[in-house]
Design a protein around this ligand. Structure first.
Ligand code: 2HG
Ligand code: ZN
Length: 469
């Protein structure tokens, strides 16, 4: 079917929005709502619609089915795989006005939210209740819950708390066929066959739109303490991880290269953690719940130094210091953004990370010796962010084209290591053509069959994740 509407009349659509939703068609709005943080594609939506209720979303989906109109869901648009890009005359369905926290129950530790609730808003709300929403990442101030769920967002605390999927106990969705489904109703246990909720989590809006979610909250962590350690050898990051993990429950185990720190220093004036310069750094975090835990952490640090795994290190003595040390990791992405990075978000089993990284590094640097390669990521989850920076004198399109030529080599390594071409950023438009490096043809065929069930006319976020046959 055609994914572009032929005769679109904003007033007809607005007439269907009986709860106060609205339609935008001004060029500035189209430009803003038509793209995410990927910045590879030029935004070209037909219009933007901002519904106020699930029933309005249902009316929009039914209208789109009648009109053969493609729909693109839009949350905070902080994605990095072009999952929320409208570059082909689609209608953007933006959840910004569905941003209310609807209900909270302290006994259940559940909070019911509309899809447009901003991640930080949920984190703050949980804090006010004396609880904790643990999914966290640098874009928490802009990203919206519906988008987090649709992309199964990960972030910096996955080693302890898992991905967004682990916190969703209920969903309200509008399917591509225009049906409203209420899935799982906040139940912790519900063993009644297929769990359709899980298909919408990480489904990238290709099956339907999430309009509400019931999220689980955790107890607040206490006295989070951060260590940054300098290492000479990448393989030692795994020795250090195993040592610390054997005695402490880590809430984070992150990694970044010396080149990454140099960019943060230049961009954000964040000081180095210590004088000694090392090729690699690990950042770990744990709850220092007692003096004993702190002593244990220091003993582990000394052990790692004795083994010559760690060259130098620093430990936070206050919340403020912990936050400063986190900036070394959390501000990398924004610091390299001016260099138009080409991004890959890869994962393998954690034991294989060092050899995997080294192999990819040598392939990319052999092919493009003049390109700067920046490595960082959630190494405790086996998740590495590979960013290749654009040389200042090279055209953006030319640069991306060259990076794509090396992708086949990179993804061949991913496939050989049985890893993933997208660990946490999703597939969207950017990684769609590489899906076969991680999923088998049979698995992709089943995914297409599932899409057909929920979205028979192929109007939901077409061109993302998989093509409907
Ligand atoms: C992070 O871990 C984000 O900082 C962004 O997932 C990664 O910019 C990137 O490549
Ligand atoms: Zn990340």
């Amino acid at each position: 079917m055609s994914t572009t509407a032929t005769a679109f009349d904003p007033q007809t659509l607005e007439g269907l929005l009986t709860d106060g939703g609205k339609v935008l068609t001004a060029p500035d709005d189209l430009a803003a709502y038509g793209c995410d943080w990927t910045r590879i594609y030029d935004p070209a939506p037909l219009a933007v619609v901002l519904p106020k209720s699930t029933e309005e979303v249902q009316a929009i989906v039914r209208y789109a089915n009648e009109q053969h109109m493609a729909l693109v869901p839009s949350g905070g648009r902080t994605g990095l795989s072009a999952g929320a890009v409208a570059a082909n005359g689609e209608m953007v369905v933006a959840m910004d006005r569905m941003n209310r926290i609807l209900d909270f129950n302290a006994n259940d530790r559940l909070v019911q939210c509309e899809a447009g609730v901003v991640t930080e808003q949920l984190q703050q709300y949980a804090d006010e209740q004396g609880l904790y929403y643990p999914v966290d990442f640098a874009s928490a101030g802009s990203s919206e819950l519906g988008g987090n769920i649709a992309t199964n967002a990960g972030g910096i605390k996955v080693i302890r708390y898992g991905m967004t999927r682990d916190w969703v106990l209920g969903l309200k969705v509008v399917t591509g066929a225009g049906e409203i489904l209420e899935l799982n109703n906040g139940l912790e246990k519900n063993n009644t066959g297929y769990d359709l909720r899980q298909l919408f989590i990480g489904g990238e809006g290709t099956l339907g739109f999430i309009t509400e979610a019931t999220m689980k909250l955790a107890r607040q962590p206490s006295n989070l303490t951060v260590m940054v350690l300098g290492l000479n050898d990448l393989s030692n990051t795994m020795d250090v991880l195993q040592s610390f993990r054997s005695k402490l429950d880590l809430t984070a185990y992150e990694f970044f290269s010396n080149e990454a720190i140099a960019h943060v220093q230049a961009h954000a004036e964040v000081p180095r953690p210590f004088e000694t310069e090392c090729p690699y750094y690990a950042l770990l975090e744990f709850e220092a719940t007692s003096e004993g835990v702190m002593e244990e952490a220091m003993a582990l640090f000394e052990h790692c130094v004795e083994q010559e795994w760690v060259v130098d290190g620093v430990i936070s003595q206050s919340e403020g210091q912990a936050e400063k040390l986190w900036q070394l990791r959390e501000r990398i992405s924004e610091s390299i953004a001016p260099h138009t990075p080409y991004k890959n978000d890869l994962s393998v089993r954690i034991s294989r990370v060092p050899e995997f990284l080294n192999e990819i590094h040598s392939v990319v640097s052999k092919e493009y010796p003049d390109f700067e390669i920046i490595w960082y990521g959630h190494i405790g989850d086996g998740n590495l962010h590979l960013n290749i920076l654009k040389p200042a004198d090279m055209e953006k399109q030319e640069f991306f084209k060259r990076c794509e030529t090396v992708n086949d080599l990179v993804f061949e390594i991913v496939q050989r290591y049985e890893g993933s071409v997208s660990a946490e950023h999703g597939v969207g438009m950017v990684k769609k053509k590489y899906l076969g490096f991680t999923k088998s043809a049979e698995e992709i065929a089943v995914m297409k069959g599932i899409k057909k069930v929920f979205d028979p006319n192929g109007i939901m976020n077409p061109g993302k994740l998989i093509d409907s046959d």
